[in-house]
Design a protein around this ligand. Sequence first.
Ligand SMILES: Nc1ncnc2c1ncn2[C@@H]1O[C@H](COP(=O)(O)OP(=O)(O)OP(=O)(O)O)[C@@H](O)[C@H]1O
Ligand SMILES: [Mg+2]
Length: 257
Amino acid sequence: MRIQRVKSKWAKTNIMLKSDYLRQYMPSTKLFSRSNVQSMLEEYGMVYVKPINGTFGNGVIRVERTTVPSLGYRYQLDTAIRFYPTFEQLYQNLVKQKKNRKYIVQKGIHLLHHQKRRFDIRVMVQKNLSNEWEATGIIGRLAHPAKIVTNYHSGGTPMALERLMTDHATTSELASFKNRLRKLSITIANNLQSAYPNIKEIGVDIAIDTKLHPWILEVNTFPDPFIFRKLPDQSVFHKIYRYAVGYGRFKKRSSRP
Ligand SMILES: Nc1ncnc2c1ncn2[C@@H]1O[C@H](COP(=O)(O)OP(=O)(O)OP(=O)(O)O)[C@@H](O)[C@H]1O
Ligand SMILES: [Mg+2]
């Protein structure tokens, strides 16, 4: 049977929002419009504006209301930073950038830092060989120093969470935090499966704020398994690969080097 993939971030968000349990982990997300961007900037100070069908962090824009009136709004796309004194100027440039693609606007989370770079987390959840959901891998992703996204394809560095969290949690705190992330991610898999019965794997992007609260940024239904080769423990990738062979994503041997 074909593995089901779901592109639309908006469709997946709306399904997950029906769950009271998941809602407490989801940053407010709305369709892109003048009034939604304006009111969310007013309320949260910082937002992410993202293509509904985006990948690799492409087209993702970070917008911040500065505290200096003459500077107005700070806008960053890729490595380009601009300032717009008025909301109207900012909005016109967002519209220009968006072209005719569909976008969402999401409350921005101030990510934790490691060596002055932002990082977030990817959790891999897969159907195991007994056809049950299992959280098979957790990895941190450290953003390129000049960028606002952590994606590997945008210059981010996948890295063991143990290394990234040394300044933020003790070993035992991290162990229980990882358990919490596994439980949360398996709940997401079950939730999405009720709408998309033939999904077999998900990659959950999770931001952690300074209070160590996890925030679900998005859920991928075509997650990259190869970033997990960057972990010192190779058994993680081997299991991920084995399960992916089990549900038919790969043939038995990898064709990638
Ligand atoms: N609300 C947010 N607050 C803080 N950072 C965010 C937020 N949304 C996105 N980001 C950052 O931007 C990155 C890319 O955003 P997102 O994962 O939503 O899209 P994408 O990576 O382009 O999609 P895909 O993972 O399907 O390729 C995230 O991994 C995260 O580092
Ligand atoms: Mg992503």
